[in-house]
Design a protein around this ligand. Structure first.
Ligand code: NAD
Length: 476
């Protein structure tokens, strides 16, 4: 670090960078322009050892504070995030690529303070299980200890808050390992939040997957919270078995949306589009394949093309843009490969699919693909980018079967005017969340998690607090 976080002005982007930058460190490049955003320290297994030791040391005193006091500090952390909001959003936009506007950088920073405040407000009182005059039994929720949290690059700040806010509320201390693609955003957020928290209660060690593995396999970590790919989640679960660490896994998805016959294409087009293209499609619970009945197919395709045409893509700091680049080359290549597979499979590209060859940045144009077979790779694999396959169906049973046939089950959605009919279809979908006439609309009060290979454990709400605690029954 060049400047002590306590002396830097954390309400400016320059101040944030001066507090966290490491001049001899690795360059982080803006995915929209290729310009240097800053330099990050690269942590090591030794840094994980020392961060976990400090977190253990701090945990007893943190857990001993009354829960109301911890909640109060979470609200103060939210105040600090709000005071630095614009600076955080600008740094996030430059490092991650997402525009300031639309459901992107400012929205993400807003969600950070919203989730901090929501967790501050939740109440988890001991549950009285039996009280019949002879036996009294109650269920309490104790801290687990030290939480090791590993995150992805798509929503780096917001997902970190999802991990640490409930953990801190319940009396745990937390060591974060952000994605190697977005370390500055998380370090900046932690510098801001730590203005409100005691030392060593929340810390961050940047680094690659090996540093993540050093954290998740560490003997001093009692609970692992992981958000990222299914493959990494499986690797983490294997190492967690040795020490029987508790785990929450929020993994990849390939969410289906099903439009029903009575839907109004023009009325739903905006929400359909943003359900798929939020954060330029780089969202775990974005709609990644859309099933539309033959009777509405052309109308839905036309309405989506119209919304897409009104949604500019470009450099994030330019206020008019609402879609940005892919965050990294690896993800760009995945999207390009899958759209090529769609074209090679005879699908009809309604728009996009033709990235410019010599542009700076990882921009892949907004792409809508029609008349695509359900077994095409663009449908069957997670694209995690701005390319939506629209699949025609003639039989609702077939659409439900297609929606359920993959190994993952994070989110899903049903679109129609008869809510009771929508609910009947929703109940048959295999997913942790099914939204009606919206998609991916997470809410800090409503539990969120996956089924099948999308992971297990819940985040958000009072249920989320239970997942960062250990149950303890006391009876007499
Ligand atoms: P990733 O699995 O490649 O990396 C995630 C994190 O794990 C990074 O910080 C990485 O350094 C770390 N890591 C890598 N190997 C590790 C190991 N062996 N042990 C411990 N940590 C290790 O995922 P990504 O590419 O950053 O994120 C994209 C994926 O995440 C997509 O599949 C997406 O659907 C999923 N995702 C899920 C959610 C959710 O809430 N379910 C949210 C966001 C993203």
């Amino acid at each position: 670090m060049t400047t002590d976080a306590t002396t830097a002005d954390l309400t400016t982007t320059a101040g944030l960078l001066s507090a966290i930058e490491y001049p001899a460190g690795r360059e982080i490049l803006d995915p929209a322009t290729g310009e240097v955003v800053g330099r990050t320290r690269e942590g090591s297994a030794a840094d994980i050892d020392s961060a976990v030791a400090s977190a253990r040391e701090a945990q007893t005193a943190w857990a001993a504070r009354p829960i109301a006091e911890r909640s109060d500090l979470l609200n103060k952390a939210a105040d600090a995030v709000e005071a630095s909001a614009e600076a955080l959003a600008e740094l996030l936009s430059r490092e991650q690529g997402k525009p300031l506007n639309g459901p992107n950088a400012r929205f993400e920073v807003g969600a950070c303070s919203a989730w901090l405040r929501a967790n501050a407000a939740f109440e988890l009182e001991p549950e009285i299980l039996v009280d019949d005059g002879e036996t009294h039994a109650e269920l309490r929720y104790d801290p687990v200890g030290v939480v090791g949290a590993v995150g992805p690059w798509n929503w780096p700040m917001m997902i970190s808050v999802w991990q640490f806010a409930p953990s801190l509320k319940m009396g745990n201390t937390v060591v974060l390992k952000p994605s190697e693609y977005t370390p500055l955003s998380v370090q900046a957020l932690v510098a801001v939040v730590n203005q409100a928290l005691p030392a060593d209660v929340l810390s961050v060690v940047p680094g690659d997957g090996a540093v993540g593995a050093a954290l998740t396999s560490h003997d001093g970590v009692d609970k692992i919270m992981f958000t990222g790919s299914t493959k990494t989640g499986q690797a983490i679960m294997r190492t967690a078995a040795d020490k029987l660490a508790r785990i929450t896994l929020e993994l990849g998805g390939n969410d289906a949306g099903i439009v029903l016959e009575d839907a109004d294409p023009k009325a739903i087009a905006g929400d359909l589009f943003w359900g798929a293209f939020i954060n330029t499609g780089q969202t775990c619970a974005a709609m990644k394949r859309l099933y539309v009945p033959e009777s509405l197919y052309d109308q839905v395709c036309e309405a989506l093309v119209e919304v897409a045409g009104q949604s500019p893509m470009g450099v994030g700091l330019e206020e008019e843009n609402v879609l940005g680049p892919l965050q990294n080359k690896q993800q760009y290549d995945i999207v390009a490969r899958l759209v090529d597979a769609a074209k090679n499979g005879g699908a009809r590209v309604l728009m996009g699919g033709d990235p410019a060859a010599d542009q700076p940045g990882y921009f892949y144009p907004t792409t809508l693909v029609a008349d695509i077979d359900n077994d095409n790779p663009l449908v069957a694999e997670e694209q995690f980018g701005p390319a939506l396959p629209i699949i025609k169906y003639t039989d609702l049973e077939q659409a439900i079967e297609w929606a359920n046939e993959l190994e993952v089950g994070l989110g899903s959605s049903v679109w129609g005017t008869d809510i009771e009919e929508c609910k009947k279809v929703a109940a048959r979908l295999q997913a942790g969340s099914t939204w009606i006439n919206k998609h991916g609309a997470v809410d800090p009060r409503v539990p969120f998690g996956g089924v099948k290979k999308s992971g297990f454990g819940l985040e958000f709400g009072v249920e989320g607090l239970k997942h960062v605690s250990v149950p303890h029954v006391i009876s007499w």
